[in-house]
Ligand binder design. Structure first.
Ligand code: FES
Length: 137
């Protein structure tokens, strides 16, 4: 009888595994949220938006997922349509076509910009980046 009560009180193995899986998923979501950068993004109209961008996401992808109207074309760091200026914070831009000098001046391409800290980013007309590139060259 005592043995039967112990069996009745213990959750079935499948339920224990399910609870464990949910805990692991929740921990994974918390870990992603903890790594997400807060990005304050000013669009071409001057409207400010706040995005949470995980370290494996680009600013452009998160903005588009949120339904924001952003300028872009190639999404490969080539066309310069998604030009932006980093007002504060740090992004990495692997594979983008703008020079290190331009990046050092704060220019970025949102389609290849992975925030590495909280950032303030201003979307700029692509002509502004082209002018800056011509001044540097
Ligand atoms: S969309 Fe072409 S450079 Fe970003």
């Amino acid at each position: 009888m005592q043995c039967a009560l112990q069996l009745a009180a213990a959750p079935p193995a499948a339920a224990r595994a399910s609870t464990s899986g949910r805990r692991q998923q929740a921990a994974a979501r918390r870990a992603v949220a903890a790594r997400a950068a807060r990005v304050e993004l000013q669009d071409l109209d001057g409207t400010m938006h706040v995005l949470e961008v995980a370290d494996d996401e680009t600013v452009l992808d998160v903005a588009l997922d949120k339904g924001l109207d952003m300028p872009y074309d190639c999404k490969m760091g080539v066309c310069l349509r998604c030009s932006a200026k980093i007002e504060s914070g740090k992004v990495e831009q692997p594979g983008g076509m703008i020079s290190e000098e331009s990046q050092a001046q704060g220019y970025a391409l949102m389609c290849v910009a992975f925030p590495k800290s909280d950032c303030k980013i201003r979307v700029i007309p692509e002509g502004e980046l082209v002018d800056a590139i011509m001044e540097i060259a």
